[in-house]
Every structure is written in structure tokens, then in C-alpha cells.
Ligand binder design. Sequence first.
Ligand code: HEM
Length: 445
Amino acid sequence: MTYPPGPNENPMLVMYRWIRRPFELLERAKAGYGDVFTLPLPFAAPASHEAGESVKLVAVSDPAIIKEIFALGPEDVHAGEANVVLKPFLGKHSLLLLDGAPHLRHRKMILPSFHGERMLAYGRTMIDLANDTIDRLPVGRPLRAHAPLQALTMQIIVRTVFGVDEGPRFAELASLLTRELDASAWPGLIFPMLQRDLGPLSPWGRWLRLRERTSRLIRTEIARGRASTRSGRTDVLSMLLDTELTDDEVHDELVTLLVAGHETTATSLAWALRWVLPNRKLVGELREEIESARGDPAKIAKLELLDCTTKETLRLQPVIPMVGRVLQEPMRVGAWDLPRGALVAPAIYLVHRRPDLYPNPTAFDPKRFLAFKPAAWEYLPFGGGLRKCVGAAFAIYEMKMVLATLLSRVEMHLASPRVRVARRSITLTPSGGLPVRVTSVRQVA
Ligand code: HEM
């Protein structure tokens, strides 16, 4: 058994590069070693594997091999094991951390809340909240676009997932959850050695205290939901309370939906603005198309150019650049016989930049999706197989509702044409929070 070759560097240095410049690390390794390469990581292998070994990550950007990986079953590969660094943040019952039968059981109960047709129930709320955000945008003054987008995606989750719309409870939940997620955004906190409570001013201590408060609020919402009739309610919490999940399980799943669904969508929206705004021809074409939908969520969801624009944003700028699977048995992956415990990682970012699939891959060109309908292993911003993001339809729907509302009402420009990639926790965001300038806002009639 041999691992594919890769940069022979100190695992700590690789981790540092992964946090600071992940795309550069992936591109260099691919240029040097091809479609399958190994990166050493400074984490001990899980207890069930070779004692004393550190984890080796095998990055894969060959779509044919990714097709095979996504077809593997829960007895062959574990994704929860690959996400173990998230455990302190999400809780042990989180869908992202479970594997095998418990994962399938939870997934079956969560999926119905996110089926495509359920999105229609959320569309109006998404547009209304986007309009409220737009009404508060500062005109003529510099603005970091990521912040209001983040506040907006949080409000959308609090309404649609938690079902909270009563004024003070809504504001308290949204603001406390935002503070907690902000406190956990520093990438250093994923290292167990930095997870020390050195009082309320230390990063971990501050986060722990906020988590206690948010946890109490979430449990209050669960108790409130259990005590009410819930008839006519369309939020995800109500649906979860109708399953056999316990309160502890519902708690951890709510935290998971919040963490997995809030920052990812806000950041993808910021990337969409980063690429759309400088392209005035595209802005004009999108506005014309959006106008034809007359604010109807079902029609907006079906707009072709808007659909291609969200797809292209998630292709060029996937906020999660890789997903991981830990092999449960020795296995042949491509030309390599890998041992049990190897971490195999479909490299979303590298697949999305393959010139054989996406000619001129660094260009933002939404219309490429008019002609090319990629397979699930050629376009994978939401991962794939049995672990594919449960919120994919929700996220795409939300991106369309928010972009359509923003573009139809707001005239906005990038403050600077130079935008780099920065890291916020597990996601990759535009640097500086994407500085923009709003020049005018159209009032709704
Ligand atoms: C643009 C926004 C989003 C992106 C790019 C994204 C991306 C991803 C990715 C790459 C995975 C891992 C898939 C794999 O291992 O194959 C994932 C999993 C997951 N996502 Fe998302 N996501 C987004 C939005 C959301 C939303 C809105 C929700 C829910 C409200 C959500 C909930 C989840 C959950 C619960 C999982 C775990 C699924 C499982 O392990 O079975 N995500 N997402």
C-alpha cells in the first residue's frame, strides 16, 4: 500500500498554507503531482485506525474517480469521521458528524424539510427580509457587503428553520447566534490545543459562554414548539419535532443547520456580487430577466440567466473547497491501493477549474451553463453521494431570491477591482468583507 506522491513538507506547514492560501496550495500540488496527490496533515489518525499515525489526505480531482467515491456506501467510507474537528461546535448528534446507520436515520428525518417544493413556502419570507435589509443600506457611504448579507441569511434561517417571527425573540435569537458564530470564526479554534477556557476574554472562553446562552435559547424554542399545536407551521423545527428525534438531537441538528447554512450562503452571495457587479452587461441582462418575474418567487426560481449566475458563482468560488471521506477498509482509489483510515477528498475547487470541463476556467461566464450540463462528479459545490448537502436546494433558492431583490432595487459598485480570498472559519470569503459603494436604492411601490 502506498500513498500517491505529494509535497513532502512538514504537516504543520501544509496546515498553515491550507488555512492561509488553500487555493495556491491545491493548484501547486496539482501542477506538480496531477489529479491525485497526498497532503500530510498535523492531526492524529482517529482511534479506530493505525495508532501513532497522522492523517494523510488524498486529494482527488479526476471526475471518474470522484464518481466512484460518491457511489461508496456508509460501510465503505465515513464522512462524519472526516468532519470530527467540528464536533465541539456542532454537538455529537450533528448530521455532519454521524456515520453509518445513525447518519442515515437522521438524514431521512431532515431531508423532507428541504425538498424542492417546500422552498416555495420560504420564498416570500426570503424576499421580504431581503427588502428590509435593502431599506437599511447606507447610500453613498462605503459598505462591506458581507456583513448585511450575513445578517440577512441569519434572519432567513431564524424565520424559516426556527420559525421565530415575533419581534423581540427574533431579534434576540438572530443577534446572539450571530455573536456566537462570529466568536467561532477564527480558524485557530479548530486546533484542540487552542480550545482552552482561559476566561471570558480568551477566544475559546468567550465562545463557550456565548454557546451556553444560545443553547439555552434554542432549548427554549424546542420546548415552545413541543408545547404548541404546530398545525399550519412550515418551519424546519416544527417538522423535526414531528419526527422521533429527541430534544438533544433536535438541538444539535438546529445548530448544524445554522452553522452549515448561514455563513456558506452569505459568502456565496458576496462572491456572486464580486463577479456580477463589475460586469455591467450581465447586470443589465439579469435586471431585464428579473423584471419579467414581477417579484413572484416561483418565477424567479426558474429564471435561466439567474440560475446560470448562481451556478457559475458556486463553480468559480466554491466556499468549501474539498469534502472528505475516511476509508473503512483498504481500497483501490484510481491507480492507488490505499490503507484503511486514509482520508480521500474530492477537491471541489480543482474539479471546477478543469479546462477540459470548463474552458477558460478562471473567467466568470454564467452562460457556459446554457450549453454544458455537468454530471454530479463534474460540478460539486454541495459535495455528493449520500452526504450531499441537505440544504442545496434551499441555498440555491435563497441565493436567487436575494440576488433578484438586490439587483432589481440597488445600484452598487465594487469599491476596488482587487478582491482576494480570505478565510472565515471553514469557508473562503472575499477579502475585507467585500467593500462596495451603494449609489442608489429604488423604493418599493
Ligand atoms: C451555498 C451554500 C452552501 C454550500 C456551498 C454548502 C456546501 C456543503 C458541502 C460541500 C457539504 C458536504 C457534502 C459532502 O460531504 O459531500 C455540505 C453538507 C451539509 N450542508 Fe450544506 N452548503 C450550503 C448551504 C447549506 C444550507 C442552507 C443548509 C441548511 C440550512 C446546509 C446544511 C448542510 C448539512 C446538514 C450538511 C451535512 C449533510 C450530511 O452529512 O449528510 N447547507 N454542505
